[in-house]
Design a binder for this molecule. Structure first.
Ligand code: G3H
Ligand code: ZN
Length: 286
């Protein structure tokens, strides 16, 4: 059934486990995520990013409605989350499109601008019943240097700055830079466990790990034990999906029915979701 991200997060925190969140690009992603979460017996967040909306011609509703139907039919609780939104109009559109949460991403802006815009986004979200996640930018960048992406290798979130940012913006969850990096196809990122512990102590809202595809199972478990709650996974699904498509097409060069290669690719994605959801939801905090 459809759940609210805030409730899934609260339950994960209360039970001391992680909450897996997977990125949707196509209908097959949504189906694989729901099926994989059912196999793992885990609640799950279906995330649609602004980039995925752009891929669908800038239209939010077709994919959002498909995700809402998939969520409603699932045997585990599934929430809808709008991910990495920079466009305020898209954020505004999410409330009527079935989303219960969004991540407003002003992380590449100068810090003061990030605080101002994120506070506006959080205020808007709360007035419309949405839970807002945000990301603290310019982490690790020294004065006068160009801003460092929060998920560049080596970027780190400072606990005192993070606490101040959450207080100033009123966000409900915070994405932190603790060693992961987006779009990795190898699982070699190492998390800073001590920093995660200090962030969890300093920040009163759940911590979110982005770029989790590059983090191995034991590192994910250790990160959750140290205080991470929501774990965002995107690339790993495509790393499972695309080689199967490639292989099937090579095996049948004259074939034209997309179901012939999409079905096994979706099954591979389901397996990956099930494995990762079990790791995330099965990891205990503390
Ligand atoms: O917000 C989405 C996640 O950060 C996905 O990152 O594709 O590197 O797993 P990933
Ligand atoms: Zn991300």
């Amino acid at each position: 059934p459809v759940a609210r991200t805030a409730d899934l997060l609260a339950a994960a925190v209360a039970e001391g486990r992680g909450l897996p969140a997977f990125n949707v690009i196509t209908l097959e992603h949504a189906e694989a995520i729901a099926a994989g979460a059912e196999l793992a017996g885990s609640p799950v967040v279906l995330q649609i990013s602004q980039n995925a909306v752009a891929y669908h011609g800038g239209r939010l509703l077709p994919l959002a409605r498909a995700c809402a139907e998939v969520a409603a039919a699932a045997r585990v609780p599934v929430s809808l989350h709008l991910d990495h939104v920079e466009d305020f109009d898209l954020l505004r559109a999410s409330a009527a499109a079935g989303f219960s949460s969004a991540m407003y991403d002003a992380s590449t802006l100068p810090h003061a601008e990030n605080v101002k815009r994120t506070a506006e986004a959080a205020d808007w979200a709360h007035r419309h019943g949405l839970h807002l996640e945000a990301e603290l930018g310019r982490v690790g960048g020294k004065d006068g240097e160009p801003p460092l992406s929060p998920h560049a290798p080596g970027a780190r979130t400072d606990p005192a700055e993070a606490a101040r940012y959450v207080a100033e913006t009123g966000v409900d969850a915070l994405a932190v830079a603790v060693g992961s990096s987006h779009a990795m196809t190898t699982r070699t990122a190492l998390l800073d466990h001590d920093l995660i512990r200090r962030l969890a102590e300093a920040v009163p809202v759940p911590l979110v790990l982005h770029g989790s595809s590059g983090v191995a199972d034991d590192e994910l478990s250790a990160g959750i034990a140290a205080g991470l709650v929501k774990v965002n996974i995107g690339t790993a699904l495509n790393t499972a999906f695309t080689p199967v498509v490639r292989q099937r097409l090579a095996e049948d060069p004259a074939g034209t029915d997309p179901r012939k290669y999409l079905a096994p690719a979706r099954a591979a994605m389901t397996e990956t979701v099930a494995r990762l959801a079990a790791v995330v939801a099965g990891s205990r905090s503390g």
